[in-house]
Structures are given as C-alpha cells and as structure tokens.
Design a protein around this ligand. Structure first.
Ligand code: HEM
Length: 221
C-alpha cells in the first residue's frame, strides 16, 4: 500500500461504499471484490514460498516427454507461475485489477484459492485459515489506517525500496512507514485502553468483529 497509494484509495472507497459507518466483517466479503483482488495479487506478486516445497517421486514417471526417475526431487516453481506472462500480463507489476472483469467482478482463476499454498495431496491444509486471516487483517487495516511514507527529521518522505529476503520463504526486508488512523471511533465499542498499540488494537478488533472462523472443507485440487 505504501508503494501503491492509488490501490489503497480505491480499496478504502470500496469499503466505505459497501460498509458505510460499519467496520467490515465476513458478511461484507462477497461485496468487496477489489479487496479480494488485492489479496489474490499480494499472494501472486511476491509468492511467500517462491520455489514451492520439495517433493520426491515415489515411482518412475514421464511428464511432457521428460523421464523422471523414482526418487527425483520435484519442485513447483511458484515464482515462474507468478511471472507467467500468458497468465498474468506485465507480471512484475502489482495490479489487483488484473483479477477483475471490466464490470468489476472477480475473474474465474483456476489458481485462485490455492496459489502460494501448493497443489493436490500435499496442498497446505491451513490455507483456508490463512486466507481468512489475511483477508480479515487486510480489510481491518485498510478500513482504519492510511499507510503512508514515514518522514525523516527534516520532514521529507523516507523513500521505500522494495527488497525481499531470499530463501525458501520470502518476506519484505524492514522498511519505514507511517500509519494515520482514519477512524478512532472504530474501536469505541470495544473496551480498549488508549495505551494499547496498533497491533493489539487490530488483533482485538479482528477477534471481536470476525469471531470464530468458518473454515470450508474442500477436496484437494
Ligand atoms: C499465508 C500463509 C501460508 C502459506 C503461504 C502456506 C503455504 C504452504 C505451502 C506452499 C505448503 C507446501 C505445499 C506442498 O507441499 O506442495 C504448505 C504446507 C503445509 N502448511 Fe501451510 N501455508 C500457510 C499457512 C498455514 C497455516 C496457517 C497452517 C496451519 C494452521 C499451515 C499448515 C501447513 C501444513 C501442516 C503443511 C504440510 C502439509 C503436508 O505436507 O501434507 N499452513 N503450506
């Protein structure tokens, strides 16, 4: 959001249009396609586990004419999928709109719902929990805080250079940012002390607004 303020503004406009004076909850989720598109794009743009987790073949196999002997290590290259221009044109660009139709509805994407979580029998069993938590955290932050560049001692914006760790799992390297609270009243119904920090307030809000997570049970894809 720090790098793409226009995405943040559009997300807030959608939340305000759908939720009005209320804080978003899971009931609003089907009516917030742009937020859903941001979640998809976050998981696609910088995959959390770029090389996928290694697996070993349990028998000899042939795939697209390639002979794969029993015992070979096989990785699903999530990074390559995320950068496949035939699936995601201009793939290095962060663009939630790519997941929406011209009418603003979510596109059918065979990878949606399990991109970044692996495939078939070993697909991440925590993915529904992870996706719901991601959505709840994202929509809570977007509805209550404007994320902006931090200022240095002279009042100038501190530039942000997006850098990520390398390895099996990837995460952003630390960066400076500022959070401007948009609606303090959002927390007024919950007995929070003013001394609690933002993270605690978010966790508190997520717990109170979203309640127990209703996890779907789906067969593996
Ligand atoms: C954004 C968060 C998460 C991401 C990106 C993620 C991603 C993954 C990936 C890529 C795999 C390997 C799939 C494969 O072997 O092909 C995996 C496996 C697994 N994940 Fe997650 N995961 C997340 C959250 C969670 C959570 C919240 C839980 C538990 C509550 C969880 C539990 C597991 C377990 C137990 C496996 C091993 C499954 C197996 O080998 O049968 N994950 N996850």
């Amino acid at each position: 959001m720090l790098l793409h303020p226009e995405v943040q503004s559009r997300a807030l406009a959608e939340i305000n249009a759908v939720c009005g004076d209320n804080l978003p909850s899971f009931e609003h989720r089907p009516s917030l396609p742009y937020i859903e598109a941001i979640c998809r794009e976050v998981l696609r743009w910088q995959p959390i586990v770029p090389p996928g987790l290694p697996h070993r073949t349990s028998q000899d196999d042939v795939y697209w004419g390639y002979s794969i002997p029993k015992g070979s290590m096989v990785l699903v290259n999530e990074w390559a999928i995320s950068r496949d221009e035939s699936l995601y044109p201009d793939a290095s660009r962060f663009d939630p709109q790519r997941h929406l139709t011209a009418e603003g509805r979510l596109k059918d994407d065979p990878l949606a719902g399990h991109f970044a979580f692996g495939y078939r029998r070993r697909i991440c069993p925590g993915r529904h929990f992870a996706e719901l938590s991601l959505w709840a955290a994202m929509v809570s932050i977007l509805s209550t805080v404007r994320i902006a560049k931090a200022k240095d001692s002279k009042g100038n914006d501190i530039p942000v250079i997006p850098e990520y760790t390398a390895g099996l799992a990837m995460q952003p390297k630390p960066f400076a940012c500022a959070g401007h609270i948009l609606c303090v009243f959002a927390f007024s119904s919950a007995p929070c002390s003013p001394s609690q920090n933002l993270t605690e307030l978010f966790l508190f809000h997520i717990h109170h607004s979203f309640g127990p997570l209703d996890l779907p049970c789906t067969p593996y894809l």
